[in-house]
Write a protein that binds this ligand. Sequence first.
Ligand SMILES: [Ca+2]
Length: 91
Amino acid sequence: MDSAVKTVVTTFLGSSRGGESLNNQSFQKLIQKNLSSIMEDTDSQSAIKEMQQGLDNNSDGKVSFQEYLKLIGYLANSLSQKKCEGNADSS
Ligand SMILES: [Ca+2]
């Protein structure tokens, strides 16, 4: 669990090159490189852009660490729901 949290942080910092936020390109790379197995439409540039706009709370065109955490929370949430559904199916 602690390594998972570290990964969340280092993945962001690696993609932003130590900066405070991700631009379009680095956000797209982060998604495609790290999240394609648990997200749909990661090969669609327009879907990623739409997602980025949805996360962009302060509308500065970039994804801050806080905004990125929103995405992680959303993914964790949808993953846990899928797990629950999966368990219901197998029982
Ligand atoms: Ca923003």
